[in-house]
Design a protein around this ligand. Sequence first.
Ligand code: FAD
Length: 467
Amino acid sequence: MESQFDVIIIGSGPGGYVTAIRCAQLGLKTAIIEKYSVLGGTCLNVGCIPSKAMLDSSERYHEIKYSSVNHGIDVDNTRVDLKRMIARKADVVSKINGGVSYLMKKNKVEVFQGVGSFKNKNTILIKSETAEETITGANVIIATGSKPASLPGIDIDKKRIISSTEALNLKEIPKHLVVVGGGVIGMELGSVYGRLGSKITVIEYAGSILANMDKKMGAELQKSLKKNLDFEFLLGYKVTGATNTGDSIAVTAEDKNGDIVTLESDYCLVAIGRKPYTTGLGLDKVGIELNSRGQISTDKNMETNVKGIYAIGDVVEGPMLAHKASEEGIFVAEIIAGQKPHINYNTIPSIVYTSPEVASVGKTEEELKTSGIKYKVGQFPFSASGRAITSGKTEGVAKVLADAKTDEILGFHIIGERASDLIGEATVSMAYRAAAEDIARISHGHPTYYENLREACLDVEKIAIHI
Ligand code: FAD
């Protein structure tokens, strides 16, 4: 007899496994299907977690080698053991894999290993290497995520022309790494190897890096990476090909005038973004519609055109972020349970874990200009922060955008030490629709980095204390 569930979730990334827990909390009999032998999806296995482990290790190395001396600490013979660094990263991942499995057991979510595909609207076939079975569900949630995208003329051979997945498992430190794409993943993984000593050349089609964030953020990060690491930027260049010639790669790119450059490197990381992953799901069997970008189309309840089938996370439209996938998962679980949840997409933060870090929430200055909204700007440089000076982390700026009339905070953009944590205060402020003056009037501990946010809010009225 087939097992029957209230909810079947296909995919165990931060979308899928969080949905499963919330469904179980709401009393729904829940199954989750994952094609790999480990749970956690892209984020845990080849994304957020391993990249942050490598960023942390590489930053420690770089700090010890180049910054400790300024603190009066002499360290001789600092060396990198890449094999051990990667082994530590694998341990971190494996520990959290175990944590996700524990959470499934604790919440009595039934886990199936294999590729899930639709037999019909309520029946899912699960095929593993050794077995086949079917289960049925009153509701099905597709959380199959995304895969790295490539460009015409570039074949990711996974040896020297690599995606982020291979970049997290290299056997040697590249001498010269060409990074195609100046977005978040390119800047983070470029930083990992840049800190370990690689020369990094970033080729980006747009005129700036981090092109989706407030322009100031990309400009500041570019300056910093050039100053602190061996980074070079080719902006406004279209990559036309990459060829593996054995021990090296020839990457060709063309600028806006049609002038062509060829770069020799030992590795080329293709980091131009990710594409939704629906292969093998059998969507055609149930007639689920995709949009022109290959994402599963959903309505305001994240329900597809087929009643009872929902989709969340990277496989639908919106920013490809782990916490966005989780938010959508909780939302759908609550919809299925008959509740009336809400997601505010405007308060989903974006973070780049470079050094300095970059973090952003709400509208960018460019978006406000385009939509004709009148705004005021407040800024506070980290170089004026007592805490930043004590730590020698003075690069960066906190920038707030507030409505010209109501003073409501419309966007917060931070580049600087611990921006990934500072954005928390900005996000809560925006979620509660705070005015810049509200933040300016709240006591902030001293000396801290989060004082910088208060000073930026004071600067909206040009009454910052420390500038
Ligand atoms: P995924 O995590 O992709 O999970 C989908 C799962 O579905 C996979 O395990 C897959 O095997 C499984 N699956 C697919 N098809 C089937 C099938 N037919 N049957 C069974 N299982 C199936 N985001 C952040 O918020 N912060 C970060 O710091 C961050 N860093 C990143 C760094 C890198 C290098 C990369 C690549 C991504 C990063 N991301 C980050 C993005 C983040 O990983 C994704 O947004 C997130 O994983 C999306 O979650 P998801 O649940 O939608 O899909």
